[in-house]
Design a protein. Structure first.
Length: 299
């Protein structure tokens, strides 16, 4: 670990006056097809003075929630690729994008969560910085239904028509595929059309998880954008580059009884997005772990 420059306190997150921040009065583009600008731009403007404007590019080519286009990269790789699509389309060197993953958290069954990632790509400084947030309030439904089935309770649970629906055949061919349905007559028509093409005479309906059709996703995207904006507001104590923040967490807290290490967070390692400078901040709870969390004392 490098030593901090003279006069810099350990773990200090340097936050300059807004009008002196490196991104103040700069412009970035947000690659989106799904109305994410109001979720991301305000945090960037407030925290670092960055003006974010949307650019419409076909981000669906990198993957869709419906699976008709498979996402080949990781969420991080996909978000960075989206940002670069927007940057290339607008001819700029500063871009943002977001990518979501919906499903159960690792090791947790019967829970659906939205993990939202927002990244900034800065080709002038050679930076790629991102932050994520997890939301457990996302509303999703899915069912196979036949034309004429009573689906009122299902739709109420999915808060339709506020949340849009997707309909496809329940078995057999993948098409037709109807997206973004927000009215009952359109939903009934799609169910009949897809059931007619399905080998079992049923249609599969599910929540449209795209951000502009799934309002319960949107607060988590905004939370990830806020976290990224706060990270960008902090400058590296060594080189003053935006994006100073936690890069990893160290594990190993001694058991209060046997003193063997328990795999709990003991320290946060802060790092720079540009240089190799790091600082470690020990967590207060690192002094000792409850024996009930120790695999030796409580096997």
């Amino acid at each position: 670990m490098s030593n901090p420059p003279a006069g810099v306190e350990p773990y200090l997150e340097r936050q300059p006056r807004l009008d002196r921040h490196p991104y103040c009065d700069s412009t970035a583009v947000l690659a989106t097809m799904h109305d994410k600008l109001p979720l991301i731009a305000p945090a960037m403007l407030t925290a670092v003075g960055l003006d974010v404007r949307d650019v419409h590019v076909d981000t669906d080519r990198l993957g869709t929630f419906t699976g008709d286009v498979a996402r080949l990269g990781t969420p991080w790789e996909t978000a960075v690729a989206k940002a670069r699509l927007g940057m290339n389309a607008a001819g700029v060197r500063l871009g943002l994008a977001s990518e979501g993953s919906i499903g159960p958290p690792p090791g947790v069954a019967f829970v659906v969560a939205a993990r939202e990632l927002v990244v900034l790509v800065d080709d002038e400084r050679g930076l790629v910085v991102g932050e994520s947030a997890i939301g457990y309030d996302i509303i999703t439904i899915a069912a196979d239904v036949a034309p004429g089935d009573d689906i009122e309770r299902l739709l109420q649970r999915g808060t339709f028509p506020e949340h849009g629906m997707i309909v496809r055949p329940a078995a057999g061919p993948p098409a037709p595929l109807h997206k973004g349905i927000h009215d009952r007559s359109g939903l009934d028509d799609a169910i009949r059309a897809c059931a007619a093409e399905s080998t079992d005479g049923r249609a599969h309906i599910e929540t449209d998880l795209r951000a502009h059709h799934c309002p319960s996703r949107r607060p988590t995207i905004a939370a990830a954008a806020h976290r990224l904006a706060q990270r960008l507001a902090a400058l590296c104590p060594m080189c003053a580059t935006p994006g100073w923040g936690v890069v990893r967490v160290e594990l190993g807290v001694p058991c209060q009884h046997c003193r063997r290490p328990v795999q709990l967070p003991s320290a946060d390692v802060f790092g720079c997005a540009a240089c190799t400078f790091e600082q470690t901040l020990t967590r207060p709870e690192s002094r000792g772990a409850d024996p009930g969390r120790c695999s030796w004392c409580n096997p």
